[in-house]
Write a protein that binds this ligand. Structure first.
Ligand code: 4NP
Length: 161
């Protein structure tokens, strides 16, 4: 079982949507026995909350189930998850500081767009203070990045339905 954690700042916009898209793709490919996913935030701003209404509308308009309560990244996550995927450089920096503090200095943390040829180093932009269209933009970005990520780990771990 390969465990994947998606991480953003608030865990109400980007990372719960990423988790939902990942689960949708895994289900469609019949790969559910091989993967477990979750999402979390680096901040404590929205702990316990449902995803942002705009995130929920975006998932629904793309016929994707979304079901999550915001939580903060914790020490155990660095041991528990095989792949920890950050949405932007700020999340990545925070995660790299946390892993060192918690004694997991060797653990590699990835930027989610690093799996897309030509998009390495690019962020999934924070949509929180923008309008509804920002959510459609991040949906497209996440859909592409997660497709590439899934292909990469399927090949790396030889996982085929
Ligand atoms: P997320 O978006 O990190 O994609 O969940 C944000 C949600 C909340 C805040 C910032 C970004 N905030 O400042 O409360």
């Amino acid at each position: 079982m390969i465990k994947v954690l998606f991480v953003c700042l608030g865990n109400i916009c980007r990372s719960p949507l990423a988790e939902a898209i990942f689960n949708h793709k895994v289900k469609n490919l019949g790969l559910q026995p091989y993967f477990k996913s979750d999402s979390a935030g680096t901040s404590d701003y929205h702990i316990g909350e449902l995803p942002d209404e705009r995130t929920i509308r975006c998932a629904q308009s793309n016929k994707i189930d979304i079901n999550h309560r915001s939580r903060q990244v914790n020490r155990v996550d660095f041991r528990e998850f095989d792949y920890i995927l950050a949405m932007d450089q700020q999340n990545l920096q925070n995660l790299n500081q946390m892993k060192t503090k918690y004694g997991f200095g060797e653990k590699e943390i990835y930027l989610i767009r690093d799996f897309v040829e030509g998009s390495q180093g690019q962020p999934v932009p924070d949509p929180y203070y923008g309008g509804e269209e920002g959510f459609h933009e991040i949906f497209q970005i996440l859909d592409e990045a997660i497709g590439h990520f899934l292909n990469t780990i399927q090949e790396r771990h030889r996982i085929y339905a």
